[in-house]
Design a binder for this molecule. Sequence first.
Ligand code: FMN
Length: 381
Amino acid sequence: MSEAINVDDFRMRARQRLPRLVFDYLEGAAEDESCLRRNRQALEAWHLRPAVLRNTATVDTSIELLGHRFALPLAIAPTGLNGLIWPDGDVALAQAAAKANIPFSMSTASNALLEHIPVEASGVNWYQLYVMGVRDLAERMMHRASDAGFAALILTVDVPVSGRRERDLRNGFRLPLRYTPKLMWDAALHPRWLFGLLRGGMPTFANLSDPQAGPVSAQTHAALLTRAMDRTLDWASLDWVRRHWSRPVLLKGVLDPEDARRAIDRGVDAIIVSNHGGRQLDAAQATIDVLPEIIAAVKGRVPVLVDSGFRRGSDVVKALALGAKAVLLGRAALYGLAAAGATGVAGVMRILSEEIVRTMTLVGARSIAEITPDRVVRDNG
Ligand SMILES: Cc1cc2nc3c(=O)[nH]c(=O)nc-3n(C[C@H](O)[C@H](O)[C@H](O)COP(=O)(O)O)c2cc1C
């Protein structure tokens, strides 16, 4: 197989390797998938303006974030069901992130036990929390993540109800996956994926099946399967989180400058501007378009991260020019995972790293601090 030249090459490989129903789960978004497209269109509508003759013989892509130094302004976004994409997919992503020296985020809907995520290899792991009905389970998860050495908590707040993913409905994608004739046929056409699944076994929500969870487990399991979250969550709930989690908290799913301000007043340590990659509110704005207003509202009080639609190093440089501290990668990392496990994720990181360095060189920025707002303009035509 020829070498992958860009992230889209990994996407093509993911499509070849995964059964249709699994690829659609990874790739799909809510309703008409207009937000999914808008994220890309908006990123393409922002252009970079180079500064020339800047002696860019050396380019430094490293950043400082929440007390850690990272090699790149990137992080792996939390994604659920990684075990369906690659056996022990959560661990493969964590390993690749540690190798690239960027943070790995582990989802509440992960398939690996959070105690099994490697922490020793210089990796910084963040734990993503969904709060589902039973608060004491969320409390236990926070304590377990803290004991397991997770450095920060991502509280995802854009899923009070699940977005309607029509591809999944059409494909009959239901959890746990059942060995229906349709799935078996789809799987038979993708034998490498099938062997991986047979070797690793059908993924489960490992963290919710722990014996300590007792009677709440089945109920919460069902809630996670249908992404039925605790809709009573409100601003006061941040105080509850604080009582159970002493390390930094990142609030994920913010699209309104006023919410960003409120979050900081409530003691949140970082904001993640996200529309969940278009998987929740299909009518939501593109994240790159709301980013300038949020940066203006936050006034540098906390770092602002962003995700949704990032596939190129130049996309990342645009977000940084608008004031973001780092970019989270959802699908881009998963394409690499689907194509070749940890090696594939490492391949995606290498490509993005090279693209970031090349773009910085072309725009005359020797460090992340030199990627200033005057390097980016919005095409209004
Ligand atoms: C397959 C998949 C599963 C996801 N699962 C979660 C999750 O469990 N928790 C969460 O906070 N976000 C989840 N997300 C959203 C990502 O964290 C991220 O916001 C989104 O993927 C960014 O857009 P991108 O895929 O275009 O990079 C998921 C996204 C995908 C594609």
